[in-house]
Design a protein around this ligand. Structure first.
Ligand code: PSU
Ligand code: MN
Length: 307
């Protein structure tokens, strides 16, 4: 491990783990600041870090604070991200702007991947990735998460893509971009709240070891870019698609009515779905992130153990 990039601030715990080649798991912060309400957001962030530590791996939650990209955060940092209105949703487009102005930024999947890669972290756990929005034929709204997966070498563990997005077009775009999409223990691509989506998963793996082997093979072959590992929500926590689909349709219609678009679309929809499900979607969201943390810690451990 070379010296950390001078723009990054790493916690001691993360710096030592990377130096020693021990497993480190990156975590994003948009999910905290703009993906869940307080106080469930900070409770989730803390529990997820604890799950990763329970495997002997080190969590590295990533954000920009006072203009410094931070790899690993303190409990006070998490509280700030969970409560402050001065934290902007920061994708790759926004990173330089937030850094140069000394602001606070909650990083999306795309910018978290970029900063994780800069720090030398190869495994990243989140809830859901962004994708091709419904109606993208006219809005052109395609998340930078997809283009980042095409270029930055980090394995992203999510519970798939929720049906606020066009799942079919998202999978097609990932194929075009050369991104492997691997269902974990499933032949069907999962749809975040639901274990099923009606779309086949292009690839399948059944153990953390297999996943680590695919990561290793890709990068050993000199293929840049990341991998999307899709881990279905546990059965006990799932909201079946026939229950959630109508609510998603309603939230989408209300968003169109309100004229909300662009970077505000995903936070608006997530918040509205929590309201319309009276918190059921939030409970499912927290459960699936924790489930992904269990898998991510094991994948990072297997990957670190490779020769
Ligand atoms: N999906 C969720 N929760 C989230 C997000 C997506 O269930 O918090 C966030 C992630 O940070 C993701 C971002 O990278 O939304 C995508 O936003 P956009 O579509 O504006 O790129
Ligand atoms: Mn967008």
């Amino acid at each position: 491990m070379t010296t950390p990039h001078p723009r990054l601030t790493l916690t001691e715990e993360v710096r030592e783990a990377l130096h020693d080649g021990r497993p480190v798991v990156a975590l994003e912060s948009t999910i905290i600041s703009h993906g869940m309400p307080y106080p469930q957001n900070v409770a989730m962030a803390t529990e997820v870090e604890d799950i990763i530590r329970s495997y002997g791996a080190v969590p590295a939650t990533i954000a920009v604070l006072h203009g410094r990209p931070r790899i690993g955060l303190s409990p006070d940092d998490l509280e700030l991200l969970a409560t402050s209105p001065d934290v902007s949703k920061t994708s790759v487009r926004d990173l330089a702007y937030v850094v140069a102005r000394g602001g606070h930024g909650a990083t999306t999947v795309a910018s978290t991947m970029r900063l994780a890669a800069l720090a030398g972290i190869r495994v990243f756990v989140t809830g859901g990735i962004g994708g091709v929005h419904r109606g993208a034929q006219t809005t052109f709204d395609i998340s930078a998460d997809l283009t980042e997966l095409a270029t930055t070498g980090v394995a992203v563990i999510s519970a798939g893509v929720k049906s606020i997005l066009d799942i079919g077009l998202t999978l097609e775009t990932l194929e075009t971009l050369g991104v492997p999409v691997i269902g974990y223990g499933t032949d069907e691509f999962p749809a975040f709240y639901s274990r099923t989506s009606g779309f086949a998963s292009p690839m399948r793996a059944d153990s953390p070891k297999e996943l680590a082997a695919i990561m290793h093979a890709r990068w050993d072959l000199g293929i840049p870019g990341g991998l999307s590992i899709a881990n279905p929500i546990p059965l006990a926590d799932e909201i079946p698609s026939d229950q959630i689909d109508g609510i998603i349709e309603q939230a989408l219609a209300e968003m169109a009515q309100a004229g909300i678009a662009g970077k505000d679309a995903t936070p608006y929809l997530l918040g509205r779905i929590v309201e319309l499900t009276q918190g059921d979607s939030l409970r499912a969201n927290i459960a699936l992130v924790k489930n992904n943390a269990h898998l991510g810690a094991q994948v990072a451990t297997e990957y670190a153990a490779l020769p």
